[in-house]
Design a protein around this ligand. Structure first.
Ligand code: ZN
Ligand code: ZN
Length: 367
């Protein structure tokens, strides 16, 4: 990541009145250091002070970290004693207050560091740091990687629409999605694909199972490729042959209209809550509000779920910055019957959005 980013982080350190920040959240670690690695905290951590940018890791990662984390001092503490290394660095640089990410440092590791410190410094928790804020606004090279991840997802879906047949199991379809993505150059899927057929569609995060897909039922497919660390996320609902009940098409058309309405109205500077209402209002007018049980969308980037969100539960003053990339994903889930969701990724711009996802939203695939 650029020195400009590190400069912004150092300004934040000064504002928070801390001497250094310990970064263990894997995607923040990747974002700040350029060392792409989403393994757990044990694989390494960053320590950033006003003059220092240090990457602590272990022998398993030392070579790749030195290669990718350009401009970082890579240290390999003996026997993976990160706590002892942090204490000696704090003493060397005179740090008396070190911030850490309270969501990403395990309690065991926190205890090790604080007891090794023996009062030499205090640890200050932050639920969010400036790293999450900076990650919301995509830089040009990040946008390129996201566009590529989305393009692979679109191409995988095109293939899927030709390939999928009645009688295939949900698991088979999920496996084909993963296989095709890798064939097209992805790192792999950015999350475990959801393939929810028929009544399973009423469960937004259903796991693909052995159920065989039938003609005339709704099938919700939520999938995304990861490319060089960046995550796409897309949902389409399809039906092999004509829908068995007219209501299926009615509900689907309403959900699709909710997505399109949101994409037409959404723009930078709107609050997260206003963005959320754009889909919710359409579904409420159609009498489907009680079946819309999640938020409208979330940011995507190094994580498949990150900031900013389109949510009625977001802080009132949370707004959508220019060059953030979010999903728009209304859905309707009717227990015991079926469900449907559509989801695009969009780039937030000054006067509107650019819809990045290009896959068609045709419900029926003739069979
Ligand atoms: Zn999704
Ligand atoms: Zn999503």
């Amino acid at each position: 990541m650029s020195q400009e980013t590190i400069k912004q982080l150092r300004t934040w350190l000064a504002e928070q009145n801390i001497d250094a920040l310990l970064v263990t959240q894997p995607q923040n670690r990747s974002y700040l250091s350029g060392w792409l690695n989403d393994d757990t905290e044990g694989s390494g951590s960053l320590l950033i002070g006003q003059q220092q940018q240090i990457l602590l890791t272990n022998p398993l990662y030392a070579e790749v970290a030195e290669h990718e984390a350009v401009g970082w001092q890579v240290l390999v503490p003996p026997a993976r004693e990160y706590a002892a290394a942090i204490v000696s660095l704090a003493k060397e640089h005179g740090w008396s207050k070190i911030g850490f990410e309270s969501r990403a440092l395990s309690y065991a590791e926190y205890e090790k560091i604080s007891s090794a410190a023996e009062g030499a410094f205090t640890l200050q928790p932050f639920e969010q740091t400036v790293a999450e804020t900076l990650r919301q606004v995509k830089q040009p090279h990040e946008l390129d990687l996201l566009r590529k991840a989305i393009a692979i997802t679109d191409e995988t879906f095109t293939h899927l629409c030709q390939w999928i047949q009645p009688g295939m199991t949900e698991k088979e379809v999920a496996w084909e999605i993963a296989r095709k993505m890798v064939e097209l150059g992805a790192d792999g899927p950015s999350f475990s694909s959801i393939v929810a057929s028929g009544p399973n569609g009423s469960m937004p995060h259903a796991h693909p199972g052995d159920r065989r897909i039938q003609l005339g039922e709704l099938v919700t497919i939520d999938m995304g490729a990861r490319y060089k660390g960046y995550c796409a996320d897309m949902t389409r609902t399809i039906c092999l042959g004509e829908p068995a009940e007219p209501r299926m098409r009615e509900v689907y058309d309403t959900v699709l209209r909710a997505m399109k309405t949101c994409e037409q109205e959404l723009r930078a500077g709107m609050t997260s809550r206003e963005g959320d209402a754009l889909t919710r209002d359409v579904l409420a007018e159609a009498g489907l509000a009680e079946y819309y049980i999640h938020s409208t969308g979330h940011g995507v980037g190094l994580q498949v779920h990150e900031g900013p969100s389109l949510s009625g539960r977001a802080p009132e003053d949370a707004t959508l910055p220019v060059n953030s990339v979010v999903t728009v994903e209304p859905g309707v889930y009717i227990p015991g019957w079926s469900g449907t969701r559509v989801e695009d990724c969009v780039l937030i711009k000054e006067g509107g959005v650019e819809v990045l996802t290009q896959s068609p939203t045709t419900l029926v695939l003739p069979r």
